[in-house]
Design a protein around this ligand. Structure first.
Ligand code: CAA
Length: 291
């Protein structure tokens, strides 16, 4: 099936990155959010991030202008009904995603492929509550979307071959690489990454190392581009906790028990970079460890 128009629900960190890469790849993009301010901010971020690629000679000024012109915004979910592909990239909360699908479904044309950028929630369960489980898939991008090469493709139990092959072709057109994951809690990347981040928080909680020594150890000792606590702040501590809870509940194994210190940071509203404070305090010129 040919995909030309793409609707994206949620203009946050993931949604604006997804809009960025689809527009640069030639797709018409309709970006939706409940907040007008969120949409304005998203367009400014996309502009800044594509400009960064222009200044490094990776994208031409003409291609940037064409990409920006391909992105339209709307606060009306129903406007996404006529697009060929919808990518839901809202908060990692099942109730929120469910409300979005419920509101969107009556407006969708029958051929539209419906996807979720969820990082951990069951695709089969989300799909079962729609009118098109065979045209529903997990379409999981990594952050920062314009830079990260991988996209996870997750088929629910009912997803048909045509839907999967269509999305595989879309990933190719984006210039990215697809990895197919079975529909089990947190799929591949987060099944491996989040327990590592959670273990880094336990290492801090038990006093084995400080924020600085833990991050430096993994950067210099394992060649990770970011330390695990810096990466947790980058992803968002609420998202990390939500994924650990999905692993813990979905696989019923105590090895996925979220660290109480991670829970405490989330309870404090210290969610990482997006709130100005997490394992580091970002409110000054340079990030300062909070422990
Ligand atoms: N848009 C466009 N380009 C961007 C960008 C953005 N948002 N952010 C960074 N870049 C580009 C920079 O322009 C730069 O380009 P060049 O190579 O052409 O110079 C390149 O990316 C590297 O950026 P910087 O030099 O600014 O910084 P850096 O070298 O420290 O790299 C990073 C930044 C790419 C984020 C790197 O630190 C990194 O790879 N970190 C790990 C990220 C990661 O693990 N992401 C996955 C998170 S898990 C996930 O997303 C799944 C989930 O469900 C939670």
């Amino acid at each position: 099936m040919a995909i030309e128009t793409v609707g994206i629900v949620g203009a946050g960190q993931m949604g604006n990155g997804i809009a960025h890469v689809f527009a640069l790849a030639g797709y018409e993009v309709l970006l939706n959010d409940v907040s007008a301010e969120g949409l304005t901010k998203a367009i400014a971020i996309i502009d800044k991030n594509i400009e960064r690629q222009v200044s490094r000679g990776k994208v031409s000024a003409e291609d940037k202008a064409a990409a920006m012109a391909r992105i339209k915004t709307t606060m009306t979910l129903a406007d996404l009904g006529q697009t060929d592909l919808v990518i839901e990239a809202a908060t990692e909360k099942e109730t929120v995603k469910q409300q979005i699908f419920d509101a969107l479904l009556p407006h969708l044309k029958p051929t539209t492929i419906l996807t979720s950028n969820t990082s951990s929630i069951s695709i089969t369960r989300l799909a079962s509550r729609t009118d098109r489980p065979e045209k529903f898939m997990g379409f999981h991008f990594m952050n920062p979307v314009p830079v990260m090469q991988l996209v996870e493709l997750i088929r629910g139990i009912a997803t048909d071959v045509e839907t999967y092959e269509t999305l595989l072709a879309v990933v190719g057109k984006l210039g990215k690489t697809a990895a197919s994951a079975e529909d089990f809690p947190a799929f591949i990347v987060n099944r491996i990454l989040m327990p590592m981040i959670n273990e880094a928080v336990y290492t801090l909680y038990e006093g084995v190392g400080s924020v600085k020594s833990i991050d430096e150890s993994m950067k210099l000792g394992a060649n990770h581009p970011m330390g695990p606590l810096e990466l947790a702040d980058f992803i968002g501590l609420d998202t990390c906790l939500a994924i650990m809870n999905v692993l813990h509940e979905g696989l019923a194994d105590t090895k996925y028990r979220p660290c109480p210190l991670l829970t405490k940071y989330v309870e404090a509203g210290w969610l990482g970079r997006k709130t100005g404070r997490g394992f580091y305090d970002y409110r000054g010129e340079t990030p300062v460890p909070t422990r």
